[in-house]
Design a protein. Structure first.
Length: 193
């Protein structure tokens, strides 16, 4: 089946996001935006540094290489540094949630959306100018919480509720189509190889 024929069997679909769908989509997009590739450095590394600092200060104080008072000060400084880093992380999460909520609310405020699919990407159009996601610039498609997400490398995801499809098999087929298009190299690369 050609790409154009495969894409033409999906859509166009018209839908409006419900308040619950918008809330769920914003929460998921905010979490993904906040974690975006920095899980190890932003979340696990500070905990490891804190644990090592506590262990090192405790060992030095217990063996008498530094005074007890200096060991206590080192422990307090390590705890303060760790808490400050965690507060900064929570602030980053809150900012990502606010930005994602604003993106999804803007999509919801546009009124009924029309999802159109072609061989190179998909578009969501509403009262505003349609937004377009190219398959070549996307990293993943997933079905979570009754919503299908198309995640780009940067920016907001395309969101479509699974309820717009006539059957669960249609939603699963659409998701598989998206995953196949993301995994496939662009047509120009296929011809040059």
């Amino acid at each position: 089946m050609t790409d154009a024929r495969a894409a033409s069997r999906f859509g166009p679909y018209v839908f409006a996001l419900t308040e619950d769908e918008a809330r769920i989509a914003a929460a998921r997009a905010g979490l993904r935006r906040a974690l975006s590739g920095r899980l190890g450095s932003a979340h696990l590394a500070p905990l490891a540094v804190f644990a090592l600092a506590v262990a090192f200060a405790t060992i030095l104080a217990m063996t008498g290489l530094i005074g007890r008072r200096a060991g206590e000060i080192a422990l307090l400084l390590a705890a303060a540094g760790f808490l400050i880093q965690r507060l900064a992380t929570l602030r980053r999460f809150a900012a990502a949630r606010r930005a994602s909520r604003a993106d999804v609310e803007a999509m919801r405020a546009a009124g009924p959306l029309t999802l159109s699919v072609d061989e190179t990407g998909l578009a969501l159009g509403g009262a505003d100018a349609p937004r377009r996601w190219s398959f070549a610039e996307c990293v993943e498609a997933e079905d979570a919480g009754g919503l299908i997400y198309l995640w780009p490398r940067a920016g907001s995801p395309a969101i479509a509720p699974t309820r717009v499809f006539a059957a669960a098999d249609d939603a699963a087929g659409f998701l598989e189509f998206l995953r196949a298009r993301i995994a496939a190299p662009p047509r120009s690369l296929q011809n040059s190889v």
